[in-house]
Design a protein. Sequence first.
Length: 199
Amino acid sequence: MAFTLPELPYSYDALSPYMSKETLEFHHDKHHQAYVTNGNKLLEGTEFEGKPVEEVVKGAFGKNQGLFNNAGQHYNHIHFWQWMKPNGGGKPSGAVEKALVDSFGSLEAANAKFIEAGTTQFGSGWAWFAVKDGKVEVMKTANGESPLVQGAHPILGVDVWEHSYYIDYRNRRPDYLKAFVDNLVNWDHVDELYQAAVK
Ligand SMILES: [Fe+2]
C-alpha cells in the first residue's frame, strides 16, 4: 500500500496557543504531505513497495537514504500528531508513570532530560522517550531517524525541526519544548505504546 497522509486527530486550531493553526496547516498539509508524496515516488520499483511504514523505515536504513529520510519522517509524523492533544501535558498515568519514575527518579527529572535532549539536538531532528531492553531511555536523533532503527521502541517523540516551532516560537526552541511537555503531550497514547513495547 502506498503511504497516505492521515487526518489530524483534532481541529487545526485545537492546540492553540501552544501550537497555532498556521503551524499545523504548514506542518501537516505541506511538510508531512511532502514526505508522503516523495516517499511514494521513491518506493516505486523497490523491494519495499506495499510494505508497512515501519518495515520500510527499518529496511531502507543505511541502504536507501532518500527513501529512508521520507519514510522515516512519515512514520515520525504519523505518531507526532497522536502524541499531542488539546489540554494535554500534566502528569502521565498508567504503567508509563511508574516506568518513568523507575528510570529517571521522578517525573520532573524525566521531563527535564527529554527537554534537554530536544534543546541539545544540533540542527533538525527529534527527541524521544523510547523503550530499550524493558527500560525507558531518553534519546535524540538527527533528521528523519528514530529509535526504531536503534533497536528501541519510541513511545514519545517531539519534532525539533524549525518547521515545528518557528512560526510560534521563532528561535526559542526550549520554550516550545516546555509548552509541548506542559500542555500538549497525550500521555494516554504514550502509555498505550509503552504497554505494547514491554508486552
Ligand atoms: Fe515535522
